[in-house]
Design a protein around this ligand. Structure first.
Ligand code: PLP
Length: 442
């Protein structure tokens, strides 16, 4: 088949997706794939949700788009109200965009403008964590700490410094308590702020549960609270990136609610539109909004499609399904079952070093040796092999190499739809087991 699509890769031919049915995607050859990762933690309601489809059909006949330079819209207003009603304390405003990178990009620019508006023009530095992913646009990529993703674009990236992630499996010392470990790595933020000069730092950005680059790695208890304290002490804005882990994925509508921490800004996308529409959002504190309102009165930013009425309609319907349909409880319940099934299948596996995550956001880290935690030779491309074998078996999952430092380590990320049934959890784990066995044998 010839194609004029400039896809993610120039190699290979992809099947054509033609339909969705609950947790399954169906291709043109009528093959069914269990969507064990919601693509990349996107399709939280599966692929054929009736309420979202009906809402979109209804909206398209009323209004598709009205430029936000001229109008607001009912769906956008409704969405902002609902997000704020459920948001962490202090969060009061919603800036609607079209995806995760746009939300992160907006957060960085808003942080800079905020400090200009309040008369602290020297604040311009961003601190983030190694092995984080915040998106692929240049600002978001600069914030991210994944060495492999950054390498070839390094000359184009704004100067950002990176501290350690909170990665208990590899970095907590023997005999060190979880709390002591969390404090030790959180305190790296203070050291970095002091090194850079406290009055030059504008923001710290982190994923509460690290997704794509590390495989569902949650912060240990107390870590984010200490981070919040340090940010408060030095007047640094805390941006939590919940593009992947937010919108109910962990069993809480915002992941940071479980950690008892409120950020100054919070980014979401992926599960917000659940794949039915491209949409993201930057949520900010009332304090930041008031500073802009009291100053220039406008945020010098914007995108043509921000606040799109169809996208906001989809997100309203998605939120309705999650919040009114009892899906948060279901995520916790099915998440516990998925965790138990993974532990039953892989708990004693010689090449599974760690099983982790929250809710329906789970990761498995593959190792050459369980005792030493030695990794496989990156040349083996183990994660890519698992992805290929799983897909051949009819399972979509999200394996990635470079778990530790952008180069070494392999993990598999699982983020199935919230509607996953018990039998489908068994199917997922069974197919994953087959895929891992075949990939290891290759
Ligand atoms: N932030 C996080 C934590 C992500 O996982 C991603 C995407 O994987 C992004 C930002 C970028 O989102 P998008 O791909 O929608 O631009």
């Amino acid at each position: 088949m010839t194609s004029h699509i400039f896809g993610r890769s120039t190699k290979g031919v992809l099947p054509v997706a033609v339909a969705g049915d609950g947790c399954y995607l169906i291709d043109a050859e009528d093959r069914r794939y269990l969507d064990g990762s919601g693509g990349a933690a996107v399709s939280c309601l599966g692929h054929s949700n009736a309420a979202v489809r009906a809402a979109l059909h209804g909206q398209i006949d009323r209004l598709a788009f009205a430029h936000t330079g001229f109008f607001t819209s009912e769906p956008a207003e409704m969405l902002a109200d609902r997000l704020i009603a459920n948001a962490p304390a202090g969060i009061d405003r919603v800036y609607l965009v079209s995806g995760g990178s746009e939300a992160v990009e907006a957060s960085i620019k808003l942080a800079r403008q905020y400090f200009l508006e309040i008369g602290e023009p020297n604040r311009h530095r961003v601190i983030a964590r190694r092995q984080s992913y915040h998106g692929n646009t240049l600002g978001a990529l600069a914030a991210g700490g994944n060495a492999w993703r950054r390498a070839q674009f390094a000359p184009l990236l704004a100067d950002t410094t990176h501290i350690s992630p909170c990665y208990e499996y590899r970095d907590r010392h023997d005999g060190e308590s979880q709390t002591a470990y969390g404090l030790r790595v959180a305190n790296e933020l203070e050291a970095e702020i002091l090194r850079l000069g406290p009055k030059t730092v504008m923001a710290f950005i982190a994923e509460p549960v690290v997704g794509a680059t590390s495989g569902a790695v949650p912060a240990v208890p107390g870590y984010l609270k200490r981070i919040r304290e340090i940010c408060d002490q030095y007047g640094v804005l805390l941006i939590l990136d919940e593009v992947m882990c937010g919108m109910g994925r962990t069993g809480h509508i915002f992941a940071c609610l479980e950690d008892g921490v409120s950020p100054d800004m919070l980014t979401i996308a992926k599960g917000l539109g659940a794949g039915y529409q491209p949409i993201g959002a930057l949520l900010t504190s009332g304090k930041i909004y008031e500073a802009i309102a009291a100053g220039s009165g406008f945020f010098q930013h914007g995108h043509t499609y921000m606040g799109h009425a169809m996208a906001a309609t989809a997100a309203n319907a998605v939120l309705g399904e999650i919040l009114d349909g009892g899906l948060l409880g279901r995520v916790r319940e099915q998440g516990t079952k998925l965790d138990a099934a993974l532990r039953a299948e892989f708990g004693q596996h010689p090449h599974v070093g760690d099983i982790r995550g929250r809710g329906l956001f789970r990761g498995i880290e593959l190792v050459a040796n369980r005792e030493t935690k030695a990794t496989f030779d990156p040349k083996r491309g183990l994660a890519a092999r698992v992805k290929k074998e799983a897909f051949a078996a009819g399972l979509i999952c999200y394996p990635m190499s470079g778990t530790i430092d952008g180069q070494n380590g392999d993990h598999i990320l699982l983020a199935p739809p919230f509607i996953i049934e018990d039998a489908q959890i068994d199917e997922l784990v069974g197919k994953l087991s087959t895929a891992i066995t075949k990939a290891l044998a290759a």
